[in-house]
Design a protein around this ligand. Structure first.
Ligand code: NAP
Length: 243
């Protein structure tokens, strides 16, 4: 059945692939972006040429007002929101001793507060409808911790905690909440790594390859169709986190 879906951070990388996959499945996708307007417009043009239902919406999800306005816009236009994909996120690789309060605020407010805030705003409509699905993109680093990405790891652990709490609180209203925790995915977020560093990571991964955005999009498609999975953190990482 065709659904109304918000994907945050859909201008690039994993979010873009999720938006594309879901629009191609026949859903109506509201693709959120913040800074990458050109990329968001290109995605919209490409999908509209294929007669897919997509619109783009600029909002900084670290700001409550902008989350509220985006959710109000979608609710007013489409009357309901079936699915929220909290994908937008940012990272900064640095030593613990180099982290400033500004770094903390930027990462925590985008990754954790943004995910919380969007979920809170969307849940009101989902509770009224007694149906809905929220999928949060966390990270392998939220599960096992990353050296030199302490704030990022904290933000992603927090997302997994949020997922489990919301699954319990919203389950009785017919709303499922899950996290996907990607490993190393080939996107701009990892563009600072050298070829040698990427090769070294590949060798650590049991499946001996890095992930692609489509690996995440495929799981999203399945989670939307599913009816009985909630409160889970699904690791998509080629076996990298096996202990
Ligand atoms: P990316 O290529 O850097 O893209 C990040 C996306 O998030 C962009 O579309 C960006 O939009 C958006 N974004 C950032 N801050 C935002 C804000 N304040 N408001 C709205 N949108 C915002 O990253 P990616 O690799 O696709 O990562 C997507 C998600 O997967 C993130 O949550 C990331 O932490 C997670 N993840 C990635 C990997 C990986 O290896 N790539 C691994 C584990 C988890 P604009 O450019 O328009 O601002």
């Amino acid at each position: 059945m065709k659904k109304i879906i918000i994907v945050t951070g859909a201008s690039r990388g994993i979010g873009k692939e999720i938006a594309k996959t879901l629009a191609e499945e026949g859903h109506t996708v509201i693709a959120n972006y913040n800074k990458s307007e050109k990329e968001a417009k290109q995605l919209q043009e490409q999908l509209q040429k294929e007669n897919k239902e997509i619109e783009i919406y600029k909002a900084d999800i670290s700001q409550e007002k902008e989350c509220k306005e985006m959710v109000e816009y979608v609710t007013k236009k489409y009357k309901k929101i079936d699915v929220l994909i909290n994908n937008a996120g940012k990272d900064k690789i640095q030593l613990l001793t180099e982290v400033t309060k500004k770094d903390w605020d930027e990462i925590i407010n985008t990754n954790l507060y943004g995910t919380f805030c969007m979920s809170q705003k969307v849940a009101k409509n989902m509770i009224q409808n007694k149906a809905g699905t929220i999928i949060n993109i966390s990270s392998i680093w939220g599960q096992i911790g990353a050296s030199m990405e302490v704030v990022y790891s904290i933000s992603k652990s927090g997302i997994d905690g949020l997922t489990k709490s919301l699954a319990k609180e919203l389950g009785p209203s017919g709303i499922r909440v899950n996290s996907i925790a990607p490993g190393f995915i080939n996107t701009e977020m990892n563009s600072a790594l050298s070829k040698q560093e990427v090769q070294a990571i590949k060798e650590e991964i049991p499946l001996q390859k890095i992930g692609e955005s489509k690996d995440i999009a495929k799981c999203i498609k399945w989670l939307i169709e599913d009816e009985y999975v909630t409160g889970q953190v699904i690791a998509i990482n080629g076996g990298w986190s096996i202990t």
